[in-house]
Design a protein around this ligand. Structure first.
Ligand code: GCU
Length: 345
């Protein structure tokens, strides 16, 4: 990551042109540059975990690989970065599972609202290779594959000035959602007006009142400053959507078995470090949002929200019947790890 600060002032276009000239993924000092892009700030658990990955790989293979982590959409929006990873212009990026739904229908599974009965059920499902394995491999033909998942907590609604206590409060509000058909449909059912846009545009849209609110985990309030504008955060708990670290298949397949093993250990480390950091970061974000930004946290009854969203499970499974076995396996984890041992339905 030695060159991060020299690229901060370059536009994405300039940066990508420079990469193209240096020959796709490029090389420095005879070492292969491994570029990883993500859209979070440098204080975010994702960035901390990717820096650990960089150290892990360079400590073992630093004579041959120079890992560079680009935060804050320096390489473009998540959709841009997935496309760059697909073509091999960069080697890895972190993409929300929501965005991946537009590249492969299989990812629709983890975007369903109220899919997981608890954080434990969510973690157990995402840690289950029988569930994630086939889905993570399913984009290989498109040039990329998922190498690990990253916890992104629970998504909840937050608004500039309207406390959301029940679905009725969403009526008529313009709420930013991620660019995925599932999220747009969820918002439609809940009665709000879905406004899909990239993550980097949300702060300005809130500030200029183009939208009335958004939905995300608590980190968006602090790390992205949304809590400076939005004063009500409601724990309706509608989704637990993981982030996914994806890699270019040609790069991964070109690694020797020994190098690949080190990269695989590094991917595992990304998952572990991020999860440890996540719990602390969310607690700190809540404290900061409440005490310094004046955000009020609300705890509405989640049942009316769930009731409206649950029919989506059957409609998604009707549209994508291949997802049924994975959905059923998640229900097993829900039964084993749900509140009082019960699932969502
Ligand atoms: C979370 C998630 C990001 C995503 C963002 C969004 O921050 O970790 O991957 O881009 O939400 O709402 O777009």
């Amino acid at each position: 990551m030695r060159r991060l600060y020299t690229v901060v002032s370059l536009s994405v276009g300039t940066l990508l042109a420079a990469m193209a000239l240096s020959g796709c993924a490029g090389a420095s000092d005879g070492r292969r540059i491994v570029r990883i892009g993500h859209n979070q700030a440098t204080d975010h658990p994702t960035h901390v975990a990717l820096l650990e990955f960089e150290s892990y790989v360079e400590d073992r293979l630093g004579d041959r690989y120079n890992v560079e982590v680009y935060p804050s959409e320096l390489l473009g929006s998540q959709t841009d970065m997935v496309q760059l990873t697909q073509t091999g212009a960069i080697d890895f990026c972190v993409a929300s599972n929501s965005i991946l739904e537009t590249f492969s229908d299989n990812y629709t599974l983890f975007n369903m609202p109220y899919l997981f009965a608890s954080a434990q059920a969510y973690h157990a499902s995402m840690d289950d290779p029988q569930i994630t394995g086939p889905i993570f491999d399913s984009t290989k033909k498109a040039g990329f594959e998922a190498v690990t998942w990253i916890d992104a907590g629970t998504r909840n609604f937050y608004t500039v000035s309207t406390p959301i206590e029940s679905p009725a409060d969403l009526k008529g509000l313009k709420i930013r959602v991620q660019q995925s058909p599932t999220n747009v449909e969820m918002m439609r059912l809940l009665g709000g007006s879905a406004t899909p846009m990239g993550f980097g545009e949300v702060y300005t849209a809130l500030q200029s009142k183009i939208i009335d609110g958004a939905e995300n985990n608590e980190m968006a309030l602090t790390s992205n400053g949304h809590g400076d504008v939005c004063k009500f955060y409601s724990y309706d708990m509608h989704q637990m959507i993981p982030d996914i670290l994806i890699g270019n298949c040609a790069f991964l397949d070109g690694l020797s078995p020994e190098d690949r093993a080190v990269f695989e250990e590094g991917f595992l480390l990304v998952n572990q470090v991020e999860r440890q950091e996540w719990t602390k970061a969310v607690e700190a974000a809540k404290q900061k949002a409440e005490n310094e930004q004046g955000v009020q946290f609300l705890y509405p009854d989640t049942a009316p929200f769930q009731e409206i969203c649950l029919p989506m499970h059957q409609s998604v499974l009707g549209q994508y019947p291949d997802l049924k076995p994975f959905y059923d396996a998640i229900q097993e984890h829900n039964r084993a790890n749900g509140p009082e041992g019960g699932g969502t339905q």
